[in-house]
Ligand binder design. Structure first.
Ligand code: ADP
Ligand code: ADP
Ligand code: MG
Length: 452
């Protein structure tokens, strides 16, 4: 096992990784920008190295500074967290050429799966169903129109290099597709530096179902069950849960098996997630994309499996074989109960969720058995305006979905965050909403039921 690693991230996920490392006796080195001087994770790490000014491109995205810090501190491996450089194949490559282990999948898997068009091709070759749409990228808007004509409207335009729920546009007719095309391309170019677009059928009533994968360097690929992330605002996840309670046993088995098959075909190792669309109308599932990193919502999987995913990542990256067989995991899942996660952001729901950085005058986290608050904030903490607006994740575990809902309601009631606008009220509303409680809804829930 490693004796010292560097965490190339900040905030909540930096703390999350430190906690596991401490338990495993691994020293941690963290990096920070001048905007994060007062962050808690600096105090809990064994060493903290300033890597530059606030702007992400000068600090958390600055590969040279991060590698320099890793060499100065003499670490054996780098954990990229999520966001920032976590899905950057070039960064993984630079780490490896400097003889530093990148805690993540092989560079080739990041490259192949990070391109959503190539990932779809890999899925098709592996026999995993995909949504009807363009084969490869779209040359121009005429090509888009021709394919839309063939598969029928509505369609969705997506960026091949997209992520974070950005750059997607739905078109209900040729006119809107024509007008969306140039905008989508420009958006993709500015956000992802790659204007390649593809198109697929827009599934009008869907559930977002994703499968957690773990692979080792000895040829084993396991799934850790699925998560349902259907409660979204503008294609961004608000609430996640495990298991998904709207699919039958057979579909669950098929989705899990498809995910493993795909990741084996991609030569995957370490933690990753295969995302699927579950079409509520025809009860079929389709591959959507792969995230080649630890995901924000990984704690719900930890709650229902009892595993520590960061520990598994570290073990796999150091060359160990996975200590479980699929049937051990299935047994854990069967007795795993139900878990929810709420992402609580410094955003103002009354101002279209505009980021609301500022000073959190009071913070009182909830507690109790089966309640977990993963957060880097404290009373008096000032949320800097430069980064992701997530303040923390509230996670609960119950014996089944109704029990977990009751626990989440209590925890949300206990949680106090004052001084800045947050999305806490939205979560309280959702956990009190009859339709959410019934479990019968699709990805349009937040927009259609709550007007978000
Ligand atoms: P990102 O890389 O930004 O996460 P995804 O491809 O994972 O993008 O899609 C994010 C969300 O967008 C999905 O969870 C879903 O709500 C919506 N979405 C994506 N593709 C489709 C589709 N074909 N039909 C309907 N909704 C879709
Ligand atoms: P996931 O697919 O894992 O659910 P997202 O699609 O929202 O999550 O992508 C991960 C997001 O995490 C990125 O959009 C990035 O802005 C955000 N992020 C990166 N670093 C951090 C951090 N330290 N704390 C909170 N959020 C972060
Ligand atoms: Mg996604």
């Amino acid at each position: 096992m490693f004796s010292r690693i560097l965490i190339a991230n900040r905030g909540e996920i930096a703390l999350r990784v430190i906690r596991t490392c401490k338990r495993m006796g691994i020293e941690t080195v963290v990096v920070y920008s001048t905007a994060d001087r007062d962050a808690v994770y600096l105090r809990l790490a064994d060493r903290a190295i300033c890597i530059g000014p606030p702007a992400p491109r000068d600090s958390y995205l600055n590969i040279n500074s991060i590698i320099a810090a890793a060499e100065i501190a003499d670490v054996e491996a780098i954990h990229p967290g999520y966001g920032f450089l976590s899905e950057n194949a070039h960064f993984a490559d630079v780490c490896r050429s400097c003889k530093i282990v990148f805690i993540g999948p092989p560079t080739s898997a990041i490259e192949n799966l990070g391109d959503k068009i190539r990932a779809k091709e890999i899925a098709q070759k592996a026999g995993v169903p995909t949504v009807p749409g363009s084969e490869g990228g779209l040359e121009n808007e005429d090509a888009a129109l021709a394919i839309a004509e063939k598969i029928g409207y509505p369609v969705i335009l997506k960026a091949a290099a997209g992520g974070g729920g950005r750059g997607m546009r739905v078109a209900h007719n040729p006119m809107s597709l024509r007008s969306s095309f140039a905008q989508a391309r420009a958006e993709a170019e500015s956000a992802f530096k790659d204007g390649t677009l593809y198109l697929e059928k827009f599934i009008e009533s869907m559930r977002h179902v994703e499968v957690q994968i773990l692979g080792d360097e000895h040829g084993t690929v396991l799934h850790l069950g699925e998560r349902d992330c259907t409660v979204q605002r503008r294609n961004q996840k608000l609430i996640e849960e495990s298991p998904c309670t709207v699919i039958d046993k057979r579909t669950r088995f098929d989705i899990q098996t498809a995910a493993v098959k795909l990741m084996k075909a991609a030569g995957y190792t370490n933690a990753g997630t295969v995302e699927f669309i579950y079409d509520r109308k025809d009860r079929k599932f389709y591959f959507m994309e792969v995230n080649t990193r630890l995901q924000v919502e990984h704690p719900v999987t930890e709650m229902v499996t009892g595993l520590d995913l960061v520990e598994e990542q570290l073990r796999v990256a150091s060359g160990e074989a996975l200590r479980y067989r699929q049937k051990d995991i299935l047994r854990r899942l069967e007795a795993g109960g139900h878990s929810f996660e709420c992402r609580i952001n410094a955003e103002d729901p009354s101002r279209k969720f505009a980021p609301a950085p500022g000073t959190l005058s009071l913070y009182c986290p909830p507690a109790g058995s089966d309640v977990r608050m993963d957060s880097h904030v404290y009373s008096g903490y000032t949320v800097p305006p430069f980064y992701d607006s997530m303040l923390g994740k509230l996670i609960v575990h119950g014996k089944d979905r109704p029990d977990a809902i009751r626990r989440m309601r209590n925890a949300l009631d206990e949680l106090v965050m004052e001084g800045i606008a947050t999305t806490l009220s939205v979560h309280r509303e959702i956990f009190g909403h009859a339709k959410f409680v019934s479990g019968s809804y699709d990805t349009s829930f937040a927009a259609s039921e709550l007007g978000l």
